[in-house]
Ligand binder design. Structure first.
Ligand SMILES: [Mg+2]
Length: 236
């Protein structure tokens, strides 16, 4: 494998995380609309709704594809499904949409700033590639730790969602490099490891909550070590 030229990071769970959590944010916003449901229940509902949204919101022929309009429709459906008790579902959805567009509602993991600085020092290109929408570039702009990121790709603009092969092809085309020179890092095995590998990329899984000793990264610091030790880096 050639030495990576671009490190392509997933966003949520990899570089950034919502703070407060998604369930806490839904509970707080829901409260404004008369919802009095425990955070634990909201967390369960959200997990289920997020999983179901693909099949519920996209017709079979649009599976794996997306657009900005379809993402808005999907998130409206998720909010309505998680908070059916809201006395004004559209206003509740709009508040939550604005909430997650606000950089102040997100934080970067502690290893992000030092590792991105180190990757820059090594002359690597840094990109973010996410199943997110046009809100993500704005969120990134508001987080100082992410200032080293050269390109931000979102599925709603590319027209395809991870793990659809079209997503990775569109990113590689945009970056105009051989797929083998791209290294994807992310916390979702299907979207961030299997999908990219099938597209000819290199890929490593990040498992922040694990202590297992498989070939996953436990933090982004492990990525720097991996680059040191990878045969391509040693060889060239
Ligand atoms: Mg993720």
């Amino acid at each position: 494998m050639p030495c990576p030229q671009w490190i392509v990071f997933d966003a949520v769970g990899t570089l950034i995380t919502p703070s407060p959590t998604v369930a806490e944010a839904y509970a707080a916003v829901g409260q404004r609309y008369g919802v009095a449901v425990p955070v634990d229940v909201i967390r369960q509902r959200f997990r289920q709704a997020f999983r179901d949204s693909e099949s519920s919101c996209f017709p079979a022929e649009r599976r794996g594809r997306t657009s900005e309009a379809e993402e808005i429709t999907r998130w409206r459906w998720i909010v309505q499904t998680v908070l059916p008790e809201a006395n004004n579902t559209e206003a509740c959805f709009q508040d939550l949409w604005a909430h997650f567009a606000d950089p102040q509602q997100w934080r970067c993991y502690d290893d992000v700033a030092p590792v991105l600085t180190e990757l820059k020092r090594r002359g690597l290109g840094i990109a973010m590639a996410s199943n997110f929408d046009q809100r993500l570039p704005r969120v990134c702009d508001g987080l100082d730790e992410l200032s080293g990121i050269d390109r931000v790709f979102v599925s709603s603009a590319l027209g395809a969602r991870k793990p659809d092969p079209l997503f990775y092809r569109a990113v590689a085309d945009e970056l105009n490099v051989d797929s083998r020179a791209l290294l994807m890092i992310g916390d979702d095995v299907e979207c961030d490891v299997m999908g990219p590998k099938q597209a000819g990329w290199q890929a490593l899984c990040l498992r922040r909550d694990s202590s297992s000793s498989d070939d996953s990264l436990l933090s982004l610091h492990d990525l720097v070590q991996w680059l040191e030790l990878s045969p391509a880096a040693v060889g060239g």
